[in-house]
Design a protein around this ligand. Structure first.
Ligand code: NAD
Length: 499
C-alpha cells in the first residue's frame, strides 16, 4: 500500500477521515509514491477550531517567548535544510541545489520574523491634548488560512507562516496536494521548537478545504499564492466573507535585451531564468523581447547554452533541469508547443519527446525555444509554466516597453543593457511590481516584500517582509487620560485638541 500523508492538527498527525485522497508522484519516474488525505469541510472546521483555541493563549504569549521559538525554529530549519531539499526534489522533481536554494530563501523570512519584537513596535505620543496620551500598537488578526502552490512547497509556506505566527496569529496551512510532505516536516520542526499545539496546523486537500476556509466565520484572513484564476476567486470570495486577503497570482515575465547589452550575460540570464526549475517559477522569464538587431546575436548564444544543458532526475547530481510536476501538466506544456508551431512561430529548439534513460515514464520536457513569436499567439498570451522560452522581436525600445505594459500579468521583468539612461527610463516607465536591471530574477530579500502588479496580485498587500507584518497585524489606537486633580465637568462639544 502507498504511504499515507496525513494532516497535522493540534500538534500531531491526524489521519484523513473524509475517504478522499489524491496521488503524490515522483515526477522523475512517474511512480505514485504516496497518497495524501483530502480534507472534508468538517475536517477543515476541526483544523480551524484547533487554531482558534490555540490563538487565545498564543496572542498573549510574550514577544520574547515568540522570538525564542522563532530562533529555535530557524536553527532547526537550517539543520534540516538538506533533508527538506530531498523531500522537495522527490515530490516536485527540481534539482537538489535548486531545492536547497528554495529552503535558503525560506530561511531568510524566518530570520526576518526573528526580529518580531522590533517589527511590531508601535508609536506613542505624550500629551496630544492636555493630560492625554496616545499610542498606536499592532495586534494579531486571529486564525489565518495560508494556501500555497506546488512550485515552492517549502519556500512559499515559509513566506507566510513565520510572520503570521510571530505576529501572534494561529495558522491553518493548506499546501499544494501535489507535493505536500515538506509542509508536514516544517510543522514538525515548529513543534520541536516548542511552538504550542494548534498554532500551526497543516490541512491537506483540494478546493473543498479551500472553499471552507474562504467562508469560515472564524478565519480572519487568507494568504494565497497560486494561479491567477484561483487568486482572483480567493480574493473575491474572501472579501465577500469579510476577510483580509492577499492573493498572489500567475506571471508572464518579459526580459528586454537592448542591442548594446552584453550578449553573453543576457544569454546566460535567459537560459537560467527560462529553464531553471523547468520554467515552473513565478519569476521565470518566459518572453525575451529582443530590441533592434539584438535577436540575431542573442539567439545563437542561447541555442549554444541549451545544447549543453543536462536534463535529468534530481538523483543525478549533474542534472540542471528536472521534470514537470505531473503527466497532465507535461501534456499541457507539450500542447502549447504544438500550438506555437501551428500558429507560425519558429521552433528553434524542440523539447518534445525527450527521454531520459531509466526514467522513460518521468514527466520530462526539454528546453524549448521559439523565435518570431507575436502577441496574438497562445504561447505569448498564456502562462505556460514550463521550459518554453519565446523570443519576440521589437523594433524600438518604446515598442518593447509598450508590449510589457500591455500584458495583463505584471509579476517581474528585466532589462539587459549597458545604457544607464535606458535602464533608468525602463525602471520608471515599466508597470510591473519587481524589476531587474541586468538581473533576470529580481526576487526581493526577506527584509523587503514580494509582489507583482495587475493580474499577478489581488488585495492590497505584497507578501512577507514589512508588508507581511502589516498584513498579519492590525493597528489599534489607544487614547488615555488618567484622572488628575482638575476635573473639567461635562462638555458635550467635540474634543478640540490643543485646548
Ligand atoms: P493553483 O492555483 O492550481 O493551486 C494553488 C493552491 O490553490 C493549491 O493549494 C491548490 O490546492 C489550490 N487550488 C487549486 N485550484 C483551486 C480551486 N479551484 N479552488 C480553490 N483552491 C484551489 O497553482 P499551482 O499550479 O499549484 O501553482 C502554480 C501557479 O502559482 C502559477 O500560476 C504560478 O505563477 C503561481 N505562483 C505565483 C507566485 C507569486 O508569487 N505570484 C509564486 C509561486 C507560484
Amino acid at each position: 500500500m502507498a504511504d499515507q500523508i496525513s494532516h497535522w492538527i493540534d500538534g500531531k498527525p491526524r489521519d484523513g477521515q473524509s475517504g478522499r485522497s489524491g496521488p503524490v508522484f515522483d515526477p522523475a519516474t512517474g511512480q505514485e509514491r504516496a497518497r495524501v488525505a483530502f480534507a472534508s469541510a468538517e475536517e477543515t472546521d476541526a483544523a480551524v477550531a484547533a487554531a482558534a483555541s490555540a490563538f487565545a493563549d498564543w496572542r498573549n504569549t510574550s514577544l520574547t517567548r515568540r522570538t525564542q521559538i522563532m530562533f529555535r525554529f530557524r536553527g532547526l530549519l537550517e539543520g534540516a535544510a538538506d533533508e527538506i531539499a530531498g523531500i522537495i526534489s522527490s515530490e516536485h522533481g527540481k534539482t537538489k541545489p535548486d531545492a536547497r536554494g528554495e529552503v535558503q530563501r525560506g530561511l531568510e523570512t524566518v530570520e526576518f520574523a526573528c526580529g518580531i519584537a522590533q517589527h511590531l513596535k508601535g508609536d506613542a505620543s505624550s500629551q496630544v491634548s492636555t493630560g492625554i496620551d496616545l499610542m498606536s500598537i499592532r495586534e494579531p488578526l486571529g486564525v489565518v488560512g495560508c494556501i500555497t502552490p506546488f512550485n515552492f512547497p517549502a519556500m512559499v509556506p515559509l513566506w507566510m507562516t513565520p510572520i503570521a505566527i510571530a505576529c501572534g496569529n494561529a495558522v491553518v496551512l493548506k499546501p499544494s496536494e501535489k507535493d505536500p510532505s515538506a509542509a508536514n516536516r516544517l510543522a514538525e520542526l515548529f513543534a520541536t521548537a516548542e511552538l504550542p499545539d494548534g498554532v500551526l496546523n497543516v490541512l491537506h486537500g483540494d478546493r473543498v478545504a479551500v472553499e471552507r476556509l474562504i467562508e469560515h466565520p472564524d478565519v480572519a484572513a487568507l494568504s494565497f499564492v497560486g494561479s491567477t484564476p484561483v487568486a482572483r476567486a480567493i480574493a473575491e470570495g474572501g472579501t465577500r466573507h469579510g476577510k483580509r486577503v492577499q492573493a498572489l497570482g500567475g506571471a508572464k515575465n518579459h526580459m528586454l535585451v537592448l542591442p548594446d547589452a552584453d550578449m553573453d550575460l543576457a544569454a546566460d540570464a535567459a537560459v537560467s531564468a527560462g529553464y531553471g526549475s523547468a520554467g515552473e517559477r513565478c519569476m521565470a522569464i518566459s518572453v525575451v523581447v529582443a530590441v533592434g538587431d539584438a535577436a540575431d546575436r542573442l539567439l545563437p548564444k542561447i541555442q549554444e547554452r541549451i545544447a549543453k544543458l543536462e536534463i535529468g532526475p534530481a538523483t543525478n547530481p549533474a542534472a540542471e533541469m528536472g521534470p514537470l510536476i505531473t503527466a497532465e501538466h507535461r501534456d499541457k506544456v507539450v500542447s502549447y508547443i504544438d500550438s506555437g508551431v501551428t500558429e507560425g512561430a519558429d521552433l528553434v529548439s524542440d523539447g518534445r519527446g525527450i527521454t531520459i534513460p531509466d526514467h522513460e515514464s518521468g514527466y520530462f520536457v526539454g528546453p524549448t525555444l521559439f523565435d518570431r513569436v507575436t502577441p496574438d499567439m497562445k504561447i505569448y498570451r498564456d502562462e505556460i509554466f514550463g521550459p518554453v522560452l519565446s523570443v519576440v522581436r521589437a523594433e524600438h525600445f518604446a515598442d518593447a516597453v509598450s508590449l510589457v505594459n500591455a500584458n495583463p500579468f505584471a509579476n517581474g521583468t528585466a532589462i539587459f543593457t549597458n545604457d544607464g539612461g535606458a535602464a533608468r527610463q525602463f525602471q520608471r516607465e515599466i508597470e510591473v511590481g519587481m524589476v531587474g536591471i541586468n538581473v533576470p530574477i529580481p526576487v526581493p530579500l526577506g527584509f523587503y516584500s514580494f509582489g507583482g502588479w495587475k493580474a499577478s496580485i489581488f488585495g492590497d498587500h505584497p507578501i512577507y517582509g514589512p508588508e507581511g507584518i502589516h498584513f498579519y497585524s492590525r493597528p489599534k489606537v489607544v487614547i488615555s487620560r488618567w484622572p488628575d486633580p482638575i476635573h473639567r465637568g461635562v462638555d458635550l462639544g467635540f474634543p478640540q485638541h490643543g485646548k
